[in-house]
Design a protein around this ligand. Structure first.
Ligand code: B12
Ligand code: SF4
Ligand code: SF4
Length: 392
């Protein structure tokens, strides 16, 4: 992947600026489009996170329970932490073309190299730079996997607000960006938190979610989210949710696609680096053995679902969208050694046959528990209070 060139910033200007300014210039030069500083104090929305866990919305993501208490304070990651530098990394936001027959869609963030690898590398460079500026300082870069409520700290660092779709949204960059954090022992001047919200009366994301995964604005029942079902869930996908998956093979972007703040987002960003991966042929996928799967998806986010997860998803996409041309591949998949793939393939065959013969499928409707209303919060205390009322 080609990384953006280091910006040419006048040495005089850099020398005159503060450490915080120089850090932001360096972050930008390393490819981060957003950078803000939050104080290393307890996470504001930890109570909301705890209630979310108590409601079972984390499903089988046991690590969220295991690391739950650690998310209360960034000290659990770096004992001497004084500041949390929050960073945003944009990825391509182009509008998708219609999906070709028998293909499945990939969420935009996953169309290329595994972002963890890329961002860890850039965070190391930023940490090295800070260490040169402040010798003996200690810094640690984290992306995704450490017990940090990243959206909470991003809001507190002024990067944006938490939208009703629970994404961190920036007025400038929309929501198609990943978050990363540099925890450091250096005491930096914090940026003002982002106290305003800009969803207004809009509820597009809540209404558009194909599996009705939002329990309330900002509160996502992950067990219904296509991203969870196609990436995190290691067991068969519950039958009532399969039709809602539509043609999503890995992840889902619907609640971002409909968001007006993404309309102006820049479509020309060079990461992820394989735009041709917007869609993948599901019939082709069903023929991959373990070695072929590993070779094809090495160093990509898609390796996370493993062969069994991705082939399960491919069968479900074909069940939702395929025709008779998909049947031979599904019939072979129904003989796969893995019972989860077998089961998904048999289900898909049944769906296609139903469509071909015009037989109706048993209803897969499920109730929505959406609460109406706009939650505009403008203080940290209100965030905790209103999140408690939504989740209780
Ligand atoms: C677990 C997880 C998931 C789960 C659960 C997501 C969820 N919304 O909870 C699943 C697998 C479903 C998922 C899906 C996706 N994820 Co994810 N995920 C995470 C992870 C690892 C932890 C999130 C978490 O703690 N969830 C628990 C909930 C309670 O916390 P939260 O989502 O952060 O929500 C906060 C607010 O909503 C607020 N809050 C909660 N309730 C209420 C109520 C009120 C009233 C208020 C005011 C506030 C409030 O407090 C919460 C805690 O701070 C983070 C990385 C990290 N370490 O933070 C990435 C992360 C959130 N995911 C990310 C991405 C990109 C995605 C997907 C877009 C991927 C895709 N295309 O398929 C989807 C988006 C789905 C969605 N609308 O959220 C990015 C988001 C970047 C951004 N701009 O926001 C992150 C930050 C990863 C990263 N390093 O970039 N993800
Ligand atoms: S990612 Fe898709 S399934 Fe998940 S909440 Fe958003 S729209 Fe719903
Ligand atoms: S679609 Fe509307 S309600 Fe949802 S996050 Fe975007 S602006 Fe907010």
């Amino acid at each position: 992947m080609s990384l953006p060139p280091v910006a040419s910033v006048s040495e005089d200007r850099l020398a005159a600026s503060t450490l915080e300014d120089r850090l932001k210039v360096r972050a930008r030069a390393l490819g981060f489009s957003l950078c803000g500083i939050a104080p290393a104090t307890a996470a504001d929305t930890f109570p909301a996170f705890q209630r979310w866990l108590e409601h079972g919305y984390a499903g089988a993501m046991d690590y969220l329970h295991r690391q739950g208490p650690a998310r209360q304070h960034p000290q659990s990651i770096l004992a001497l932490v004084r500041s949390v530098v929050m960073l945003g990394w944009k990825y391509a936001a182009a509008q998708d073309l219609p999906t070709p027959p028998h293909h499945g869609r990939i969420a935009r963030y996953a169309r290329g190299t595994d972002y963890h690898e890329v961002l860890w590398q850039q965070l190391d460079l930023l940490a090295d730079w800070l260490n040169q500026e402040v010798p003996q300082s200690i810094s640690r870069g984290v992306v995704d996997t450490a017990p940090l409520l990243e959206r909470d700290f991003a809001r507190r660092a002024g990067l944006g607000w938490i939208g009703k779709n629970s994404m961190l949204i920036s007025k400038h960059d929309g929501s198609y960006f990943l978050l990363a954090a540099l925890l450091t022992s250096v005491e930096l001047q914090p940026d003002p938190p982002h106290l305003t919200e800009h969803c207004g009366s809009c509820t597009r994301c809540l209404e558009a979610c194909p599996t009705q995964a939002f329990v309330a604005p900002k509160v996502l029942d992950a067990t219904r989210c296509i991203s969870y079902l196609t990436i995190e869930l290691k067991t068969p996908i519950p039958e009532p949710l399969r039709s809602g998956i539509g043609d999503w093979l890995f992840g889902c972007d619907v609640c971002q696609e409909v968001c007006p703040w993404n309309r102006k987002a820049d479509a020309s960003i060079g990461f992820p680096d394989r735009p041709e991966w917007a869609v993948i042929d599901c019939i082709d996928l069903l023929s991959l053995d373990e070695n072929q799967f590993r070779a094809r998806f090495r160093n990509t986010p898609m390796k996370r679902s493993k062969r069994r997860g991705l082939l399960r998803n491919a069968a479900i996409v074909l069940g939702n969208t395929g025709d008779q041309h998909a049947l031979p591949a599904l019939q072979r998949a129904a003989l796969d050694a893995d019972p989860m793939i077998q089961q998904a393939a048999l289900w898909a065959i049944e769906q296609i046959q139903r469509r071909l013969t015009g037989t109706k499928s048993p209803s897969s409707e499920f109730p929505s528990s959406l609460e109406d209303g706009d939650t505009v919060v403008d203080s940290t205390a209100d965030v905790a209070k209103s999140s408690a009322s939504h989740l209780s």
